[in-house]
Ligand binder design. Structure first.
Ligand SMILES: [Zn+2]
Length: 252
C-alpha cells in the first residue's frame, strides 16, 4: 500500500547497517515511523530530505510492520536554522516537543501548519527566539486539548479580580478562594496572563515582534515548564538541558 502525504521529519534513529528510522509528523496520518533504506550509505537518493526539519511530500510504502520511505519531494529544509547554535537548539526543542504530543493515526492540521509557521519564523529571526518558542508551546498545548483557562478561575469558574495563581493541575488560573486546591500553584501576574493570551491568539509573525520584559519571561518560563511536565508525559528535553548548560556558560 502506497501513501502520499506532506510531512516534517521530527526525529532520526540509526537502524541496521546504513538505514535510518524517521519519525515524521504527517498531515494525513499523524505521527509515522518509516525506514529510509540505505540513506547513510548513499546520501544521493534522498538529498537532504531525511534530515531533521525537512518538510516535503513523502511517498510511504506500508510493509509488513513498518513503513518504508519510497520517495521524498523536498519542499523546505529550513537549513538556516543551522546557522546559529541557539536557534538550532530551540528548533530541536520544537521538534522534540511536537514528537512527544502527536500520536500515530491522529491528524492535527492546525498543529501541522503551526509547526511549519514556527520553523519558518525561527529561520528568519536573528535574536529573541524565546517569545516565539513560548508561543509555540502554548499553541501546541491549545491545539492538543490542553488550552489553559486564563479568563476565570479554573476550579470554581469565577471570573474577576481575585485571580492570582496558576495551577498546572487545574489547567489554568485560580482565584484566592481556591488556591488551597493545589499546593503547587504558582504566582502569576496580570501581565503574564495577558502575554499568554496574546501568544495563544496572535499569529507567529506578529509575535516575533513582541518584546517581553525579562521578569515576565521568567515567570512565563517557570509556568510553562511546570504545565508541560504536568500534561505531557515528559519533563526532560535533551535540547533544553543543552540550552541551560549554554546559559550557565554564558553567565560565568
Ligand atoms: Zn476559584
Amino acid at each position: 500500500m502506497l501513501c502520499k502525504t506532506d510531512g516534517v521529519v521530527l526525529k532520526q534513529t540509526k537502524f541496521g547497517e546504513g538505514d535510518l528510522i524517521l519519525t515524521v509528523f504527517t498531515k494525513k496520518m499523524g505521527k509515522v515511523q518509516a525506514v529510509a533504506k540505505g540513506v547513510r550509505k548513499s546520501r544521493g537518493k534522498f538529498t537532504g530530505s531525511t534530515q531533521l526539519f525537512a518538510y516535503g511530500e513523502f511517498v510511504l510504502f506500508k510493509g509488513r510492520d513498518l513503513y518504508q520511505v519510497s520517495q521524498v519531494d523536498l519542499k523546505e529544509s529550513f537549513y538556516q536554522l543551522r546557522e546559529d547554535i541557539t536557534k538550532l537548539t530551540y528548533g530541536a526543542y520544537i521538534l522534540e516537543l511536537t514528537e512527544s504530543i502527536v500520536t500515530e493515526g491522529q491528524t492535527n492540521n492546525r498543529l501541522f501548519h503551526t509547526l511549519l509557521g514556527c520553523l519558518s519564523v525561527l529561520t528568519k529571526l536573528e535574536k529573541d527566539f524565546e517569545t516565539v518558542v513560548k508561543a509555540y508551546e502554548l499553541k501546541l498545548l491549545s491545539y492538543s486539548g490542553y488550552r489553559p483557562e486564563l479568563d476565570r478561575c479554573a476550579y470554581c469558574g469565577n471570573p474577576g479580580e481575585n485571580i492570582f495563581k496558576f495551577s498546572s493541575k487545574e489547567g489554568g488560573t485560580i482565584c484566592r478562594g481556591c488556591f488551597g486546591q493545589d499546593m503547587y500553584a504558582m504566582k502569576i501576574s496580570p501581565t503574564t496572563i495577558n502575554v499568554m493570551k496574546y501568544l495563544i491568539n496572535m499569529d507567529l509573525e506578529q509575535i516575533a515582534r513582541l518584546r517581553v520584559k525579562p521578569d515576565i519571561m521568567e515567570e512565563l518560563n517557570k509556568i510553562m515548564k511546570h504545565y508541560i511536565s504536568t500534561h505531557l508525559d515528559k519533563s526532560q528535553f535533551k535540547s533544553l538541558q543543552f540550552l541551560d548548560t549554554m546559559k550557565e556558560i554564558h553567565n560565568t
